[in-house]
Write a protein that binds this ligand. Structure first.
Ligand SMILES: Nc1nc2c(c(=O)[nH]1)N[C@H]1C(S)=C(S)[C@@H](COP(=O)(O)OP(=O)(O)OC[C@H]3O[C@@H](n4cnc5c(=O)[nH]c(N)nc54)[C@H](O)[C@@H]3O)O[C@H]1N2
Ligand SMILES: Nc1nc2c(c(=O)[nH]1)N[C@H]1C(S)=C(S)[C@@H](COP(=O)(O)OP(=O)(O)OC[C@H]3O[C@@H](n4cnc5c(=O)[nH]c(N)nc54)[C@H](O)[C@@H]3O)O[C@H]1N2
Ligand code: SF4
Ligand SMILES: [Mo]
Length: 688
């Protein structure tokens, strides 16, 4: 493929998106000129999103970093000079060796996330390198850890309803997810169901693109969803809508739950969530009486102090009517549990000289960089843009600005983060490499093989970390392995029966290899919870000091109930979810994608705008004790009064401060030590 100048070649979308589409890359004169969907992909079937249709603008962006660079100006200023790879590697290895000698290997911290979902890139050679070095370990909690822990506490692992089946549901609830923008093929499946009369209900804090598409949109106050979930249970028990036989046979704690839910009366739940009693009754009735019901649990609603318990409470709902026995019934948060691979072979924790090395939570990177005892002296960032995506951005920026911190960033672009690096290394795009891709939603595994040669002097993560491993004189065998060797190791994992039969040979021949889903037939008999049952009651949580039953616990920064923020210093809750045309902060520097999003906007309710003399189109400052965010106001009643919303993770502007995360807290969620971006209060003022 790589040698052929012209033709159409298969590829995989590398972005952090559940759909993991099959793509076709159209090459002319050695360049990719067009990207389309691969119609042969069994789930994504040739349809792809706008972002990736325009991705050639990103790959061939004139500002792509193509050579190693060394900083010449102040941190953050963006002044760099070109250096050779030899110089770059020499400087990094010398600095690392000196730091290890003086401060120990834990003074070095990797910081990465899933800018490229390739398993070898982000859970492979990179991990080997930091393991063999003995570096501090990073807890990767910025995305879904609260919700995944919540789901797991009920069902035992992160595997729920599989996508193809959801078209058989009669009621589909999309709860805290914006699937029109973030999981478009789930919309296609729901549309199929809708043609048969299925009702699509969206529960969200603002009427996003998905709420506008729904049959019924239910707005509520941020962070109050667990109250609604238990309120629905209250009505289902009260009205005899539960499947007693299923509860007896497959669940733990249903008697306690029945008693506990009794106090979540519709009136109480309404006072917390802001949803009228009649709507709570109607929702519980629709859900409770549906023959087959499916709940899509989004990622948005778990970015709160109570995100774990919220997702846990929702995950308990399908058991009440025995949905797990019905095709298309149940719920899904992440389906990543079906495709777990041999991480020990990939990441080689056995190479680590210090298995007890400290762990740093990535949500607390600002705080971690400010530690004076056992300080972090070097930071290696790849596949992430923390200055834009991490909470409490001002604190993060102060950490990155430390003069005594040696920072390396490997990326395709001079991101806000890269501007703070001492050394910037050029990364390839995923279409320039071999890698393995699995979806955290559907069950098809795919292989990417290089379609174009590496641009400029860019290197893939695998090449970079294998080069660094050898230059540091680390385990020769581990750092000498090639991509295909690693893929074979990753797939050799008898512990996961779903992975049975997925091989490199098949991937090369068939392109889309489905996991072996036959174990799904005995899903309920093999639940890996402590009791082997669906745990409506969790002794493990109780031991950890959390409520053992589904429960509503208010967020630490925010308000439940109708306008309880009124009269406070920061009376509005600030929600900053991703937008349609960027992928987190990826694409935010591509003119094509910028044109589609225009500019960062704050959606504010007419009542809240009026109280502040704000009109549509005004420039406003959003602020709290952490920082400020400058945006354009859009007056709209898509939220309940008291909530303001700004979609999209923008890079810092030339003339205005446009990073939403300047306002967000770095507190950790109740379960999974997850991010709490949306449990934030602010005030808004018109700019003079
Ligand atoms: N186009 C696009 N697609 C993406 C991404 C992207 O940036 N752009 N990002 C990818 C990634 S990494 C992820 S994790 C997923 C995320 O995609 P989703 O799972 O859709 O999650 P979010 O978009 O973060 O948030 C979804 C909704 O949750 C709402 N929300 C916030 N707080 C609450 C609450 O308390 N209760 C309820 N009910 N709703 C609440 C927000 O208003 C938002 O509309 O999307 C992936 N796909
Ligand atoms: N306020 C607020 N903040 C949020 C969220 C929110 O909803 N609101 N969402 C959170 C969530 S769910 C997530 S997942 C995180 C996402 O945060 P990140 O994972 O940091 O995502 P991106 O901003 O897309 O940055 C990915 C970077 O990886 C680079 N990259 C791509 N491919 C490669 C490669 O092969 N090698 C290397 N070295 N680099 C590569 C890209 O160029 C890009 O700069 O953001 C979180 N932050
Ligand atoms: S971002 Fe998602 S929807 Fe778009 S092409 Fe990639 S996998 Fe498909
Ligand atoms: Mo995410």
């Amino acid at each position: 493929m790589i040698q052929q100048e012209n033709g159409v070649f298969p590829a995989v979308c590398p972005l952090d998106c559940p759909d993991t589409c099959g793509l076709l890359l159209h090459k002319e004169n050695g360049k990719i000129v067009k990207i389309t969907g691969n119609p042969e992909h069994p789930i994504t079937k040739g349809a792809i999103c706008n972002k990736v249709r325009h991705m050639t603008h990103r790959i061939y962006h004139p500002e792509r970093v193509l050579y190693p660079l060394r900083r010449t100006g102040a941190k953050g200023e963006g002044a760099f000079e070109r250096i050779s790879w030899d110089e770059a590697i020499r400087e990094i290895t010398e600095r690392f060796k000196a730091l290890i000698a003086q401060y120990g290997p834990e003074s070095i911290l990797p910081y990465s996330f899933y800018g490229n979902m390739g398993i070898l890139s982000v859970d492979g050679m990179d991990r080997r390198f930091f393991n063999a070095l003995g570096a501090s370990q990073l807890k990767q909690t910025i995305c879904n850890s609260a919700g995944n822990a919540g789901f797991k506490s009920v069902m035992g692992f992160n595997g729920g309803t599989v996508p193809e089946d959801t078209e058989h549901a009669d009621v589909i609830i999309v709860w805290g997810g914006n699937i029109v923008s973030t999981n478009m093929h789930q919309v296609v499946l729901a549309e199929k169901a809708r043609k048969r009369g299925t009702k699509v209900i969206v529960i969200d804090v603002h009427k996003n693109q998905t709420g506008q598409w729904a049959d019924w949109f239910i707005p509520l106050y941020p962070g109050t969803d667990a109250a609604l979930a238990v309120g629905i249970m209250h009505i289902m028990f009260r009205d005899g809508l539960v499947d007693e036989e299923f509860l007896q046979r497959y669940t733990l704690g249903h008697e306690q739950l029945r008693e506990h839910a009794a106090s979540y009366t519709p009136e109480y739940v309404s006072s917390i969530t802001g949803i009228p009693v009649a709507d709570i009754e109607k929702l519980a009735d629709l859900y409770g009486r549906a023959a087959v019901s499916y709940i899509h649990i989004g990622n948005g609603l778990q970015h709160h102090d109570n995100g774990g318990l919220t997702v846990r409470s929702i995950t308990c709902l399908p058991a009440l009517t025995g949905q797990w026995l019905k095709r298309g019934g149940g719920a899904a948060k992440s389906n990543g549990g079906y495709n777990s691979m041999n991480s020990e072979a990939l990441e080689r924790p056995d190479l680590r000289p210090n298995p007890e090395a400290r762990t740093i939570n990535m949500n607390r990177i600002g705080e971690a960089l400010a530690m004076t005892e056992h300080p972090i002296k070097a930071l290696f960032v790849y596949c992430s843009n923390p200055l834009v995506v991490a909470p409490d951005a001002e604190r993060v920026q102060a950490g990155f600005a430390r003069e005594d911190l040696f920072t390396v960033v490997h990326d395709l672009f001079m991101t806000d983060t890269a501007k703070y690096a001492d050394i910037v290394l050029p990364a390839t795009s995923s279409f320039e490499n071999t890698d393995l891709y699995a979806s955290y939603w559907h069950q098809y595994v795919q292989l990417q093989e290089p379609v174009i040669p590496a641009l400029g002097e860019s290197k893939s993560n695998v090449e970079l970390f294998s080069l660094l491993g050898r230059a540091m004189g680390l385990d020769e065998e581990a750092f000498g392995e090639r991509e295909e060797d690693m893929i074979v190791q990753a797939l050799d994992y008898p512990d996961n029966p779903y992975l049975n039969g997925v091989t490199l040979e098949r991937l090369k021949k068939e392109r889309f290899v489905k996991l072996d889903m036959s174990p799904l037939a005995t899903y309920l008999d093999r639940l890996p919870t402590p009791s082997g049952k669906i745990e409506l009651y969790s002794a493990e949580l109780e031991a950890a000091g959390l409520p053992p039953l589904p429960s509503y616990v208010p967020v630490k920064e925010g308000y439940d109930g109708v306008r309880r923020g009124r009269g406070r210093q920061y009376p509005l809750m600030f929600i900053s979810p991703p937008n349609h045309n960027f992928l987190n902060s990826t694409f935010a520097n591509v003119p094509k994608h910028q044109q589609l999003e225009k500019q960062p906007v704050l959606q504010i309710h007419p009542e809240d705008a009026h109280e502040r003399g704000i009109e549509d189109g005004d420039q406003v400052v959003v602020y709290n004790d952490r920082g400020t965010y400058e945006v354009t106001a859009k007056v709209t009643d898509k939220m309940l009064p008291g909530t303001v919303v700004s979609q999209g993770l923008w890079w810092e502007g030339e003339s205005r401060k446009q990073r939403a995360n300047a306002l967000t807290p770095d507190r950790l969620s109740d379960m999974g030590e997850g991010a709490t971006f949306f449990s934030t209060v602010v005030e808004v003022q018109r700019q003079p």
